[in-house]
Design a protein around this ligand. Structure first.
Ligand code: ATP
Ligand code: MG
Length: 444
């Protein structure tokens, strides 16, 4: 069968508890609380989406989504710790400490026709018509995301042959893929993300329309694309996500300049740099270490920013000006694609700005680099550049070693042949130095 049946009314396959491996022991206590409270208040309540999919695959879900016949307002009445969010798609968020359980009311189609609000290009702008579970299933994206775990009897309910696709490890769009991508172009990114995360194949008819529809990703609000970029690159499978984005021609929708470089003469070097950087991000996540969007965007944008800075320098700008201008310009352009919030954009630009300061190892200003709030990130970035041959390993090693020295030894390391260079530079730089400090390195 090419596409799954988008018509409501087809009966589901119900798999009783004795015939599947999904156990409550692996569902978070918060999610269970929500499910039971909904059920005890007379509502239908199901675990759905990634939680069911991942548990059936023996993986640990990163979050739990719940579907119910209770209206968002009814959900809010049941839980004190609940907020209603989303205009396009109204949802209840029930909070337990740091964990948020997402509760969605079943979506329907209205009286016969499709009453959802669409844009000219078919994008769904609003979907808040409520319905029943056998309508809700057809608005979900992939068959493996449309399995429902019923808290009333612990069965798994399968309308769209999702279990078969889990078995054959295939991502298959529910309904007509072309229409479904137009309705929500983010689904093109989602299918690649799940392929990267799960190692699943994409069914040919689900993969087919992507090449012709990729421009539609540009219609998606940049803030939503930013969220999607984090899910692609900060959940442990960044290298695979990147490779799939390149393979399916979607990278250019998110990072147009980076993509243009990849297609040019320096493509191999750029790809190597980004893959090494993203490989580091994947390893950090595997080791449970924190990652930040500032560093992630620094990896993805450095090839562009460093090259445009080099061009500006060639036309007469100082090192500092060239980098500052190039990164401000790039950050502004990127806002139209994947809006990077300021709290990450500023540190990203600091990581860029600090790179040139590593070249100077002498004097108080060099020593102060160690105290900069972005030192650690900027140093990690220096290591990445040295691994790619952009920076002498000797320089990177020096900054590695200097961090291990005692305060006395450090002072010696930074004083070096200070007298000779200090005299010359101090004289020439007085006026300009203050400007530099405030512009590229707040806090230094
Ligand atoms: P994960 O949480 O592991 O990223 P997920 O499948 O749970 O994956 P969510 O974004 O949490 O993804 O969404 C939960 C469920 O809601 C999905 O499994 C899918 O059924 C449905 N869904 C989410 N986004 C869309 C979309 N853009 N189009 C259609 N259905 C969607
Ligand atoms: Mg989820």
């Amino acid at each position: 069968m090419d596409t799954t049946d988008p018509q409501p009314g087809r009966g589901p396959r119900i798999i009783p508890r004795s015939e599947h491996i999904l156990s409550r022991a692996n569902v978070s206590r918060s999610a269970l609380k929500v499910l039971y409270r909904l059920k005890n208040s007379g509502h239908d309540a199901y675990l759905v989406g990634g939680g069911v999919r991942d548990l059936l695959l023996g993986m640990h879900p990163k979050d739990f989504d719940i579907a119910t016949d209770a209206r968002p307002e009814q959900v809010r009445e049941l839980f004190g710790n609940c907020r209603l969010i989303g205009r396009r798609f109204r949802l209840a968020h029930v909070r337990f400490g740091r964990e948020i359980i997402e509760v969605a009311t079943f979506r329907g189609r209205g009286n016969g026709g499709d009453q959802r609000e669409h844009s000219d290009r078919g994008r769904i702008l609003r979907d808040n018509v409520y319905g029943t579970i056998d309508e809700d299933v057809w608005r979900r994206d992939f068959t493996v995301n449309a399995l429902y775990y019923n808290i009333a009897d612990f069965s798994v309910v399968d309308y769209a042959s999702g279990l078969e696709d889990i078995r054959c490890r295939t991502l298959r769009m529910i309904g007509d893929p072309d229409t479904r991508y137009r309705e929500d172009p983010v689904r093109m990114l989602r299918v690649l993300r799940f392929a990267a995360k799960l190692g699943f194949d994409i069914a040919p008819e689900t993969a087919g329309p992507i090449a012709g529809l990729r421009e539609h990703v540009g219609d998606v609000p940049p803030a939503r694309l930013f969220e999607e970029v984090l899910k692609l690159f900060q959940t442990g499978h960044a290298v695979r996500s990147f490779d799939l984005l390149v393979e399916y021609g979607l990278l250019g929708q998110l990072f147009p300049d980076t993509n243009a470089l990849l297609e040019g003469a320096e493509g191999d070097a750029v790809r190597r740099f980004i893959e090494l950087g993203l490989g580091g991000t994947d390893r950090r996540i595997a080791a449970d270490k924190p990652t930040t969007p500032a560093f992630l965007f620094a990896i993805l944008l450095w090839p562009t920013v460093s090259r445009s800075a080099a061009k500006l320098k060639a036309s007469g700008a100082s090192d500092y000006e060239a980098m500052a201008q190039a990164s401000v310009r790039l950050a502004a352009e990127q806002q139209h694609r994947t809006a990077l919030p300021k709290r990450f954009g500023v540190p990203m630009r600091e990581i860029f700005g600090l790179q040139r300061r590593f070249a100077n190892r002498r004097g108080a200003r060099a020593a102060r680099l160690l105290e900069h709030r972005q030192f650690r990130a900027a140093y990690d970035f220096l290591l990445l550049r040295s691994r790619c041959g952009e920076v002498d390993t000797e320089l990177a090693d020096w900054w590695t070693d200097v961090q291990t020295l005692s305060p006395d030894e450090r002072e010696k390391a930074f004083s070096g042949n200070k007298r000779r260079r200090g005299k010359r530079r101090r004289r020439g730089r007085r006026g300009g130095a203050r400007k530099r400090l405030s512009a590229d390195a707040p806090g230094s």
